[in-house]
Design a protein around this ligand. Structure first.
Ligand code: 5GP
Length: 116
């Protein structure tokens, strides 16, 4: 059984966060340390620690993360200019919180993908 992170408390409303969207499968909220004018996190309600732990049954929730990203980008007015979706995995990917999350960042030109 994977260990809960702070995100489980955010999903349950046990700690404060700016929730942007929530349904039975996913939750989206504002990143506490925004790296761009718009920086949101979209997570499955189910605790899946990393991309390596994804199961076939998770496909619906993972797909929902993309449709919620599309909705939030439109609401934030960054859909036409563009934005970036990032999912980090494990140490080399820079993952800090071990509950899968999709970063939605935008609101300024983000430049080329960072590889180093
Ligand atoms: P990672 O590096 O794991 O891909 O990203 C973790 C993200 O979670 C970071 O961007 C960090 O700012 C965000 N974060 C960490 N703790 C909290 C918190 O308590 N509330 C919110 N809203 N975001 C958090």
């Amino acid at each position: 059984m994977a260990e809960e992170t702070i995100y489980s408390k955010i999903i349950r409303g046990e700690i404060e966060s700016e929730i942007l969207y929530q349904d039975d499968l996913v939750t989206a909220f504002v990143d506490i340390n925004p790296r761009a004018p718009k920086h949101f996190l979209i997570i499955p309600n189910k605790l899946i620690p990393t991309i390596n732990d994804i199961e076939i049954e998770d496909e619906i929730a993972l797909g929902r993360m993309f449709t919620v990203a599309r909705k939030l980008a439109k609401e934030a007015g960054i859909d036409e200019d563009g934005y970036r979706l990032i999912v980090n995995c494990n140490a080399h990917g820079g993952q800090e919180i071990y509950h899968i999350h999709m970063h939605l960042v935008g609101g300024r030109p983000l430049g080329p993908m960072l590889l180093s």
